[in-house]
Design a protein around this ligand. Structure first.
Ligand code: 4NP
Length: 163
């Protein structure tokens, strides 16, 4: 029997320096802890921060949870991503609209809001912490870890449903 293709998840926010790197970090760790084989990356809809490491506040937030993300580099979402990733998850509703605008017509990837994965949070955006203070990053971390746990559960049940 051939199993499902390895899940490939792309997290997308605006700048790829605050929210989506934290979503990437949280999901990488959750997947690793669950021994789930997944491809994970993040990108921004905008290009202002391309090539830059995550915002220092995002780095500090990840580090506070034992994860180093200083090596991540921002990039912009590109057409090939729609062929490469099975799941493209937008951090907020504007990101979702922007992703849909550039998606090829016959895209196979599932394109959704990140918080659609979390029961009771469907349709909600992860608030943009960029112009706020540290508290915003604490909230971002709570949101992305909840989504990471829900995503792991989803992939695990998809795999066990194959038996
Ligand atoms: P992110 O946050 O989309 O979570 O990476 C932002 C980063 C940069 C800007 C806005 C949001 N900006 O306006 O430069």
């Amino acid at each position: 029997m051939t199993g499902p293709a390895r899940p490939a998840v792309l997290f997308v926010c605006l700048g790829n320096i605050c929210r989506s790197p934290l979503a990437e970090a949280a999901f990488r760790r959750a997947a690793q802890q669950a021994a789930l084989d997944v491809l994970v990356d993040s990108a921004g809809t905008g290009d202002w921060h391309v090539g830059k490491p995550p915002d220092l506040r995002a780095q500090a937030t990840a580090r506070a949870h034992g994860i180093e993300i200083g090596q991540y580099r921002a990039r912009q979402i590109k057409p090939e991503d729609f062929a490469r990733f099975s799941h493209i998850l937008a951090l907020d509703r504007q990101n979702l609209a922007d992703i849909r605008l550039i998606a090829p017509q016959r895209v196979k990837s599932e394109i959704a809001l990140l918080l659609d994965m979390v029961a009771g949070r469907e349709g909600q955006s992860v608030a943009d912490p960029y112009f706020g203070d540290e508290a915003g990053f604490v909230e971002t971390w709570a949101d992305v870890t909840a989504a990471a746990a829900a995503l792991v559960e989803r992939f695990r049940s998809a795999i066990s449903g194959q038996d």
